[in-house]
Design a protein around this ligand. Structure first.
Ligand code: ZN
Length: 185
């Protein structure tokens, strides 16, 4: 049936779509989190050649978030990068959610120009500036297996996997109950 109204139906929350949240939370909860001070923030904007409210990627003056240049999660495991000044850039919420856990290199490509509203020429300039910035201000990367030791690191990963499997089990059971309810309502 074609939708004739403009309002959105209530979101159907599922256990399945909480898995990414759990995965991310496992990473964020062990990694350091270093808040920027005003001077550090201004310094980042200066080096990235943007105004203080400008998005580093699309240049719109609506930056309300900070993006991790190097994502904290890689294939479901911690990448080793964390929240610290060399890994943070001002970003609008649209660019931030579009980038997600992708790397700058893989995300900031010509085919994203229309989506984020920037010309190819401008993007080329920005790519150069941001790549230079990353080379001159390398983000810190921790080797977690060395810091934690193999035993604790493996325990950490298996605890997370156990939780994800449990969610899957709960989800299947809930689906069965949902079917039963739907047939008897
Ligand atoms: Zn943006």
């Amino acid at each position: 049936m074609r939708k004739k109204y403009k309002v959105k139906m209530p979101t159907k929350s599922t256990l399945k779509n909480r898995k990414t949240t759990i995965n991310n939370a496992f990473v964020y909860s062990i990694m350091p989190w270093e808040k920027l001070n005003e001077g550090e923030y201004k310094n980042i904007c200066e080096k990235l050649k943007i105004k203080e409210d400008q998005c580093a990627y699309c240049l719109k003056e609506n930056a309300t978030t900070m993006d991790h240049l190097n994502g904290l999660v890689n294939n479901g495991e911690p990448s080793g990068f964390y929240t610290e000044k060399n890994n943070l850039v001002p970003c609008c919420s649209h660019c931030n959610s579009s980038k997600g856990n992708k790397t700058f290199e893989n995300w900031y490509t010509d085919d994203k120009c229309d989506d984020i509203g920037i010309t190819k020429e401008k993007m080329q300039q920005r790519r150069k500036i941001i790549n230079e910035y990353m080379a001159n201000n390398p983000a810190k990367k921790l080797n977690l297996k060395n810091i934690l030791g193999k035993k604790d690191y493996e325990k950490y990963i298996s605890m997370k996997n156990e939780l994800l499997e449990k969610i899957e089990e709960c989800e299947k059971f809930c689906e069965e109950l949902n079917k039963k309810i739907n047939t008897q309502k």
